[in-house]
Ligand binder design. Sequence first.
Ligand code: ZN
Length: 398
Amino acid sequence: MDQTICLFLCFKTESPRDLQLALDYWSGSEEAGKWKWNVSVEEVASLHDVKKGDVPKIARGTADAVDLLRRCVECGCPRVFSSRSSLALRVYGEYRCPNCLEGRRLALLERQEKEERGRSARERDHIAELAMRNHIYRYDEISYSDAIISFGIMLASDEACELGTFHDSEGLHLCPRAGLSSKLLARLFNNGILRMSSTTPIQAVVLAEDGTWSYYPHRVSWRFADDADGRSFPKIMSLLGEMLDAREDDPGYYEAVDELWWKLGYDDALQYLEQEVDNYRLPDVQVGPKTEGAIRHALENFSIPQCRREITNVVKNAAALSQHRDFARRHALNTIPGNLINYVDRAISEGWQISPLLRNWQNEEPVLTTVLFNRVLGTGLPGFKTFSGKFLSTMSQI
Ligand SMILES: [Zn+2]
């Protein structure tokens, strides 16, 4: 529905030419509920010998055009029009003038900032409280698998080895993907080995309204707990290294090797799968039980870098398939798990030599992968190229 307008001019200058221009510019009336202008802007321009583009500016400078029927609900000042086109803008509901709108916006901002400050203070307090946990740890009683992870962190970060602290934990490249390293960091925190430093940024911790909390392990400023026997951090690292070297003499050895190999292998395979799918611009991978089962089947029978090769080949075939007409890209993606299982089975039955897909062993493989093979298994790269899940399980039965 059209709105009735009662246009009123409030002059701001006394120049007769400009007064007449403003009057001509704003003169109009309502006809059958529609506003009609008496003179077009072109005509106003030629009548007063000014450029067409300057007309609204001169009119604005000469008079405030207001609608006496629409007033700001807060301050009562009438609605001001800046040009003819603003007259066409409908106001729905209550009208607020630009000044009052700005005031509201500032008040809202201030309220949000105040809430934010309150929230930050609560999170700060919470971090300070968390930083009180895990002050001291008995490193000589650490489990074999926690020793591997802790040793890997100290190997990757000089700061962690010298001072016990580390910040950019994602940049340490402990695991193929950030999700797994987050989980391992959380495990060391839960087991009392890592502490949150009080300098942890508040963005690392999320406090829910109901008092529960969660955190982003990669955003935390971490610190190793102090040793109960007073060892310095470099001494703690030597102790961890000696423990790793005990290998099968440690009762937790085989279980730790098995767990870490599978975790790293699965994570590595997923990373390869995502990377290859992305290379061929197929839609995002959604990892369901079928994909998980296919990857586990491949790892059971082949080494981690051989699985990379198998995944690469299978994704390449899916990408070729997706080029066919009538073959949806999503469908091509769905063929990957089944084809990976078939590929692995054929490779076994026909005795294919699957050549491992390798990166630079020293600089490009994840830290925990190299620690596992170099230090824990003692095989280095050759073991990485050949050890499969099946092989690992026979190892522990010797
Ligand atoms: Zn107002």
